[in-house]
Design a protein around this ligand. Sequence first.
Ligand SMILES: [Zn+2]
Length: 294
Amino acid sequence: MTPLPMPPAWAEPLPEATPPPDMAIYQLHTGTYVTRAAFAVRGGSFRDRRHFAATAILVQHPKGDLMIDAGFGSDVAAHVASLPLFVRAPYQATKTVSEQLDACGYDRGRLLGVLVTHCHWDHVSGLDGLQVPIWMNSGERQYAAKDPDGKVFRRVSTGHEIHEYEFTGPPYLGFPSSFDVYGDGSVVIALAGGHTTGSVVIFVTVPSGKRHAFIGDLTWQLDGIRQRVERPWLLRKLADSDPEQVRQGLLRVIALADRMQIVPAHARDAYDGIPDLPARLAPVATLGHTEQPG
Ligand SMILES: [Zn+2]
């Protein structure tokens, strides 16, 4: 099984980021579902059962917080049941994002919205318990409105305001266009496309200077990055709207892999080092509601 050619490592300086000192990120694990490695990455074994993570990331920022993806919601059983048979998988749900936020005393008034990497069921199920705006770009809205794989999204997004952002920023780390959410470089969204029309990579820099790339489903597991392998042929056909564009995005993030933590959404070990939500979440001072981004 031949890996993709090794792209040249990113050699230029990383873009400037000045996250405010009280910015922080947390991971909220909401469950897993089982996929055989044979279906996840080229060359994977049929006996190697992978537990795909459904994890959300809370970004706390003085200008208002964002949740990256929504994990499994309280209606996950119905969401799974509504999927075509061949994608239904045994799953295990723990606590939803909504339950976890309540348990740590989180003030939901701080949450500007859920920024989705893309609108597939396993990233949006938890919107059923989060009545906040959904942050999407126009390409993803169009995909979500029509594609059969947008079915769960159409169900859980009913009644939600859609906050549509645009890629008004310059090329970013090899991606052609970007959107700097807070204007300080701490959270920058880049259009990747290919998995869905408007699927994105979300670059997050925390005050320590540590950088992360939340790459959604450009690859499902860290093998995709470390061994430079795509999804198996059939799954590329089934899961990606433009497999060639996915390959391009994957090579772009592989080129960044020694400069930052690359986080494929479903790779459990990719989240190592990102703190869990604490039992009590310390409030972050808000700069004032007139300064909200977006
Ligand atoms: Zn996914």
